[in-house]
Design a binder for this molecule. Structure first.
Ligand code: ADP
Length: 424
């Protein structure tokens, strides 16, 4: 049948080849210096002879490490695109089959094809699916996976130093890979792709905006500022959603506002338009206003990006987006004072409930002295800022959402901020 006919024409059609891969490095944004490392991999193809003559070993495989959506696949394609070589890809989860021998035979065919069509990049997505340390999985599934992993090791060794087939694999868990995989000559080069920072996010948005009719005055930095923590895949999606919004409104250009709305949808889902009682809205407004009003007093939390009671499907009714210093947070660099400030902000809605509705919530354990004290602080701040609270609540009830500028304007008009928060 099909297979026989193809053979009759001479060559078998490669199964794992992705045709028409023409990605260039200019399409991958926000990587900074990491790009240089990838440009070097391109040189292994284009200047392979030079490396070999000077006795420089070409890595057997390159491991791109990082969370989903940061552009690992895109980068692997860009390496192939820039070098002008074939791109073969497979997801390692496809290796893991219930029938013994299937995974190993797929690895064999993949490399067979890559070799026949060299020079080529072999891209293995989610390497950890098959590359987990051996012996961690019990039963026959484990045996099958071991056979696949062994075949992969054999295939990698077959290309050592040759440089006409280079394997790039992606993983979010380099720490759990079988040590045999990362030995010299195999995946001996690791490149970490982190989530993009502010400028990186701006550049990624701009790259994807190139293909769309953008208004001239689009404020990419503002959108980047609202998308803290997002990866390239999410940012690309924001541009798509904004384009749909433009079409829906019969406009010709994508505006900053389209992008900001799309960013909110990306982060929190579609608007939830369910009817709720005015009393409910008021209570939600009080909670969110209290959070924002207390937070704006504290150095690490005062960066309010927006306050809203326009709920998103399946999410909480209201929301305050604060720009936090994630790096400091992750590295444990937040001061004790700053941590206490976080606690205080968490307690602000309860404190507001007590002040506005008289429903006190006693926190009665002695061990919770800090919580109690933080709670008192939240209350004190709210009491000093009753005018600001009223203004924010009223605006929220009326307009549903406040931008950073609108919120800060109210703070300027009615706020009574504490110069230095008292310590606990
Ligand atoms: P990963 O392999 O890390 O999970 P992908 O490469 O599949 O991520 O990214 C999915 C899509 O997101 C890409 O095709 C691209 O449209 C977009 N994207 C991700 N990272 C970037 C980036 N750094 N620059 C430009 N676009 C990106």
């Amino acid at each position: 049948s099909g297979a026989c006919m193809r053979r009759a024409h001479g060559k078998r059609l490669p199964q794992y080849l992705e045709r028409g891969v023409d990605v260039k490095f200019t399409e991958v944004a926000g990587l900074g210096k990491i790009r240089l490392e990838l440009e070097e991999i391109v040189k292994f193809f284009t200047h392979g002879e030079m490396y070999r003559r000077r006795g420089v070993k070409i890595p057997g495989g390159i491991l791109l490490c990082g969370p989903p959506g940061v552009g690992k696949t895109l980068l692997a394609k860009a390496v192939a695109g820039e070098a002008g070589v074939n791109f073969f890809s497979i997801s390692a989860s496809q290796f893991v089959e219930i029938y013994v021998g299937v995974g190993a035979s797929r690895v064999r065919s993949l490399y067979q094809e890559a070799k026949e069509n060299a020079p080529s990049v072999v891209f293995i997505d989610e390497l950890d699916a098959v590359g987990r340390e051996r012996g961690l999985i019990k039963g026959s599934g484990g045996q099958e996976r071991d056979a696949t992993l062994n075949q992969l090791l054999v295939s990698l060794d077959g290309f050592e130093g040759r440089g006409n087939v280079i394997t790039i694999a992606s993983t979010n868990r380099p720490d759990i890979l079988d040590p045999a995989l990362v030995r010299p000559g195999r995946f001996d080069r690791k490149i970490y792709i982190p989530k993009p920072g502010l400028i990186g996010r701006m550049e990624i948005l701009q790259v994807h905006a190139r293909k769309k009719p953008m208004a001239e005055d689009v404020d990419y930095l503002a959108v980047a500022g609202m998308t803290d923590g997002m990866v390239g895949a999410e940012l690309a999606n924001i541009i798509e959603v904004a384009a749909i919004n433009m079409m829906r409104n019969g406009r010709m250009e994508i505006t900053t506002d389209d992008l900001l709305q799309a960013a909110q949808i990306e982060e929190r889902g579609m608007l939830d338009r369910k009817e709720r009682s005015p009393e409910t809205w008021r209570q939600v407004a009080i909670n969110e206003a209290a959070t924002a009003v207390v937070a704006v007093n504290f150095p690490d939390l005062k960066n309010i990006e927006f306050v809203t009671i326009a709920p998103r499907a399946g999410r909480e009714l209201g929301y305050v987006r604060m720009k936090m210093n994630h790096l400091k947070f992750k590295e444990g660099l937040l001061s004790r004072q700053s941590l206490l400030d976080h606690i205080t902000v968490q307690l602000a809605p309860r404190a507001a409930d007590e002040l506005w509705y008289g429903e006190g919530q006693e926190i009665d354990s002695e061990a919770l002295r800090i919580v109690n004290r933080s709670y008192e602080r939240a209350k004190e701040i709210l009491q000093c800022n009753q005018n600001l609270m009223n203004a924010v609540v009223n605006e929220l009830v009326e307009k549903k959402s406040l931008t950073k500028q609108e919120f800060l304007h109210l703070v300027e008009l009615h706020g009574n901020l504490q110069p230095m928060p008292p310590s606990i």
